[in-house]
Design a protein around this ligand. Structure first.
Ligand SMILES: *[C@@H]1O[C@H](CO)[C@@H](O)[C@H](O)[C@H]1NC(C)=O
Ligand SMILES: *[C@@H]1O[C@H](CO)[C@@H](O)[C@H](O)[C@H]1NC(C)=O
Ligand SMILES: *[C@@H]1O[C@H](CO)[C@@H](O)[C@H](O)[C@H]1NC(C)=O
Ligand SMILES: *[C@@H]1O[C@H](CO)[C@@H](O)[C@H](O)[C@H]1NC(C)=O
Ligand SMILES: *[C@@H]1O[C@H](CO)[C@@H](O)[C@H](O)[C@H]1NC(C)=O
Ligand SMILES: *[C@@H]1O[C@H](CO)[C@@H](O)[C@H](O)[C@H]1NC(C)=O
Length: 285
């Protein structure tokens, strides 16, 4: 069925699963896979799984399958594993090449964190606030800490940041300008926190955002204007929240959306235009 033929989609169970599913990209994963350090790919390239093909690093986790086997889009997030592998990579760095690969290019980052090139991982180190970092950081993981508040402009110096991992903290308050200045951000992970509301303009600078993970929070309402600026969004994960109502036009500007998961919420009814501007061919309800 398509969304257009069912103007008022009624659900009689509190749990609904709506899926617009193009490529199934795994969220759990690793940044530096073991394979990467063991293969014969040249610097700046990564291997397509156990195949012999090497592709430029920029194609890895770009939201598009470039390897024939899709290996480039597997393990594209920081979750279990990244920090561990991070440490392992550091320990096993014995060749000159690997030493160069593992070198930190940032001048400022907390002692309790790991740094490789311009990527920093501060995982499970009891941080209560966002630490100070050098401005040319590109990846930042603050996963599994005790950060409760993101105040205005807390990331504003990090305009090169492409991925930000904040899952499994105690985030309750996200100020309306908390993400301002993050003009390069492509992936934002806010899952497993205590977020109950999001100010309408909070994502306004995130024009490059492709992936937004809000799973496992306490969000009750979505303001229709919240995602207005995020026209490049491809994956939107809203599972396991308390959403009751999805205002008309909330997803209107998200014409690149390939995956939307709203399962385990409290949605009873959806306005007829909810999926108006989403590409019909991607709709699999
Ligand atoms: C690795 O190779 C085996 C055997 O050739 C194949 O079955 C498997 O699918 C490959 N895995 C990947 C990730 O390409
Ligand atoms: C990071 O920024 C500093 C100054 O802002 C600059 O000197 C340095 O070359 C930059 N490093 C990289 C790897 O871009
Ligand atoms: C969440 O973070 C806590 C530490 O704050 C840690 O003990 C726990 O294992 C983490 N859970 C997951 C799923 O990562
Ligand atoms: C949504 O945001 C707009 C603009 O900030 C505001 O006027 C409106 O009251 C908000 N609606 C809800 C339901 O929060
Ligand atoms: C929705 O799609 C229509 C027609 O494709 C387009 O004119 C309109 O600008 C789109 N709306 C938004 C908010 O992108
Ligand atoms: C949507 O999210 C639910 C809950 O995490 C999960 O069980 C389901 O597999 C997801 N659907 C897809 C196709 O990813």
């Amino acid at each position: 069925m398509s969304a257009g033929t069912h103007p008022s989609l009624r659900m009689d169970v509190p749990i609904i699963i709506l899926l617009i599913h193009l490529t199934h990209t795994e969220i759990r994963g690793l940044l530096f896979s073991r394979a990467e350090t063991e293969t014969g790919c040249s610097l700046g390239h990564f291997p397509c799984g156990n195949m012999t093909e090497c592709l430029p690093q920029a194609l890895q986790c770009n939201g598009h399958k470039d390897c024939p086997n899709g290996a480039d889009e597997r393990r594209c997030g920081d979750n279990v594993g990244w920090a561990d592998l991070f440490g392992e990579t550091l320990q096993n760095s014995n060749t000159v090449d690997q030493y160069f690969l593992n070198e930190c290019f940032l001048q400022e980052y907390p002692e309790s964190c790991d740094c490789i090139q311009t990527d920093v991982a501060c995982v499970e180190v009891n941080l209560q606030e966002v630490p100070r970092l050098s401005p040319n950081i590109t990846w930042l993981s603050l996963r599994s800490n005790q950060i409760r508040v993101l105040s205005d402009s807390v990331f504003s110096e990090y305009s090169a940041l492409e991925r930000l991992f904040l899952q499994n903290n105690s985030l309750q308050l996200i100020s309306k300008d908390a993400f301002s200045g993050l003009h390069s951000l492509k992936r934002l992970f806010l899952s497993e926190n205590l977020i109950s509301s999001l100010s309408p303009g909070v994502f306004k600078d995130l024009h490059q955002l492709e992936w937004l993970d809000l799973e496992g929070n306490q969000i009750q309402t979505l303001n229709y204007s919240i995602l207005k600026s995020c026209s490049k969004l491809e994956v939107l994960l809203l599972m396991d929240n308390q959403i009751r109502r999805v205002p008309e036009n909330t997803f209107q500007s998200l014409w690149k959306l390939a995956e939307l998961n709203l399962s385990t919420n409290r949605i009873k009814e959806l306005p007829k235009n909810t999926f108006k501007n989403l590409s019909k061919s991607l709709l699999k309800l």
